[in-house]
Write a protein that binds this ligand. Structure first.
Ligand code: AMP
Length: 587
């Protein structure tokens, strides 16, 4: 599939047509100086569409910087998505309006093609809340959406994937620190394939020293600057006149600064050391946050090209297990043909990799995946979690016995798995020691009755239910059900559900698992992070990607619980808590 990738910024529009299968760029270009000499976003996009029409792209992928809380993944653009991108304007006033202008113009000109928004922030959406929150008034922060969002998502995800391939290890088994060091710069801690911390925050101004952006700065210093200079001038100073440019007084290009430093220019030297120091601080911090690191990945114009800066950043990290090989660093040259070069010494425990990023290819792949034409494009993301309360499945005979001959289940609420619903009907469970009332019946009717309870319920009822996959009730525990039309004793059918993940064949391919595999799942982002072992993979194309656990398991990980009536509660898929999956063994 061919995808036209458009990156519509405030002062330039960049574009590329990419063949997703081969990864090859068929054409590319940029139109600069938007807003000058009559060049508008509309005229730029029109020229691009004309230039690229001959390549007959099948879809258009748009870079969108800020997806706020809503977008966890690349998304097919419709009017509702446009409204949501617009709602993020206050969070990215420099970027989102320009991104959206490009989308509107391209959609109007190419109405028959699918358009997909690929968000910089999406990769970081499921960061644990300890990494997301700034320590300011919580209610105010929530109301204004002031928290860490993170950026450069496609680049961090892309280089992490290439690094994992190079190391011949599944990304879900690696702890990575990825350093995107270009004109903009950010660091990312990636654990189990997910971003768990990143240096850019509410805006792309926080974190590392950049070409013209300041990076970390005491909030008190910002206040003082605002008092002295006013808001607009401070904004300009911190975004456009700071960083390498501000320190060196020589502009934002590290090549010029390195050349001047070699001539003895002290400000140039200062800029270089402050820059490297900031990166090293983040390496140390992220290694601590993850309890270690397997590889440090350098990318972006500086990470890929500056031998000297790489040396300054990676020197004397032996205590971490990282040892730079000076010759390999000197000779490292990444390209499309050789996108990964290892610059660490042979026996180093932590690898240092230079990786060529390709945000456009990542955007094209994600676009192709969303429109259904991609291959091997899904980087496994976090798995939404649903919490099942105790519940009963009935067959025709048990329905007749409990609710009267010919009675039918009525829908109380549809559940996330297609066709499944919580019924209005409830039953009581009666065991040797006690009873539990108001146990929800799930529909539709099945071939055989089955009752699923938690370990805590077992104590209450005085029963001993085996842990079983759904449907495997042979030889399971007995239980008595009570309904409005009578009681029913089941000789078997009572189980404690085996925690499991529903997924499609496509999901399974992306995660590298098969139906029946057992995996480990790490829950992060809640108050009590926890790794579940023995999680069963269940694959069917009609399933929706979702992990099902019971209320005891949810309690252990401090996830939102089922309510006291024993209702079936499903946590919303966009909760901050998420599960990352680590393959344990293939069956
Ligand atoms: P990017 O935004 O990823 O394109 O990175 C652009 C920046 O990379 C430039 O502004 C330079 O500072 C830096 N850069 C590119 N090539 C080199 C090089 N050979 N040596 C040092 N810095 C470089």
């Amino acid at each position: 599939m061919r995808v036209l990738v458009i990156n519509c910024g405030s002062s330039s529009v960049k574009y590329r047509v990419i063949d997703v299968g081969s990864g090859e760029a068929l054409t590319s270009g940029a139109i600069e100086r938007i807003g000058e000499g009559g060049t508008t976003h509309a005229s730029a996009v029109a020229a691009i569409l004309q230039d690229t029409a001959a390549f007959e792209p099948a879809a258009v992928g748009h870079r969108v910087v800020h997806g706020g809380e809503r977008f966890h993944d690349a998304t097919l653009i419709d009017d509702d998505v446009i409204d949501a991108i617009e709602a993020c304007f206050p969070l990215a006033p420099l970027h989102n309006p320009a991104n959206l202008a490009g989308i509107r113009i391209a959609r109007e000109a190419l109405p028959t093609l699918p358009h997909v928004a690929v968000f910089d922030t999406a990769f970081h959406v499921r960061m644990p809340r300890r990494a997301k929150h700034y320590a300011i008034d919580l209610e105010l922060a929530n109301r204004l959406g002031i928290r860490r969002y993170g950026f450069h998502g496609p680049s961090h995800a892309y280089v992490a994937g290439l690094a994992a391939d190079f190391l011949q290890t599944d990304v879900s088994n690696l702890r990575l620190i990825t350093l995107h060091l270009g004109n903009g710069a950010s660091a990312c801690a990636i654990e189990l394939g997910s971003s768990i911390e990143t240096s850019m925050g509410l805006t792309p101004l926080e974190g590392l020293v950049m070409g013209t952006r300041c990076g970390d700065l005491d909030a008190g210093a910002v206040l003082e600057l605002v008092r002295q200079l006013g808001v607009d001038e401070t904004d300009h100073l911190l975004n456009r006149q700071s960083g390498l440019a501000g320190l060196s007084g020589l502009g934002n290009d590290l090549r010029d600064i390195e050349a001047q430093a070699a001539e003895g220019n002290d400000r140039a030297r200062l800029a270089i050391t402050v820059y490297a120091h900031a990166v090293r601080r983040y390496i140390g911090a992220y290694a601590a946050v993850m309890g270690g690191v397997d590889a440090i990945v350098l990318t972006g114009g500086i990470g890929q090209n500056s031998v000297q800066m790489r040396r300054r950043i990676l020197q004397q990290l032996d205590f971490l297990g990282l040892r730079l090989d000076e010759d390999r660093n000197q000779d490292a040259e990444v390209s499309a043909a050789t996108p990964v070069v290892d610059i660490s010494a042979d026996r180093a425990l932590v690898r240092a990799l230079v990786v060529a990023t390709n945000e456009e290819l990542m955007t094209a792949r994600q676009t192709a995946r969303v429109v259904g034409g991609g291959t091997d494009v899904r980087s496994p993301g976090p798995v939404p979690i649903a919490i099942s309360g105790r519940h009963a499945h009935l067959d025709r005979a048990s329905m007749d016995a409990l609710f009267g001959a010919g009675s039918e289940l009525t829908v109380y609420r549809y559940l996330s798995q297609p066709g499944q619903f919580a019924a209005r009907q409830t039953v009581s469970l009666i065991g040797p020691r006690g009873r539990i009332d108001k146990v929800r019946v799930l529909g539709p009717l099945r071939q055989a009755p089955q009752v699923e309870i938690s370990r805590t319920d077992e104590f209450e009822l005085g029963v001993d239910a085996p842990v079983r996959a759904s449907g495997k009730t042979q030889g399971s525990a007995p239980i008595t059900l009570e309904g409005p039309a009578g009681n029913l004793h089941l000789k078997e059918g009572l189980i404690c559900a085996w925690r499991h993940i529903h997924m499609t064949t496509r999901d399974a391919e992306a995660y590298g698992v098969e139906n029946g595999d057992q995996v480990e799942v790490a829950i992060t982002g809640g108050d009590r992070d926890l790794t579940f072992g023995d999680v069963l993979i269940r694959v069917k194309d009609s399933y929706l990607l979702e992990m099902h656990i019971d209320t005891d398991e949810a309690n252990a990980a401090e996830l939102s619980q089922g309510d006291s009536s024993g209702d079936l509660l499903y946590s919303s898929p966009d909760v901050a808590v998420s599960a990352s999956l680590r393959r344990k063994r293939a069956r």
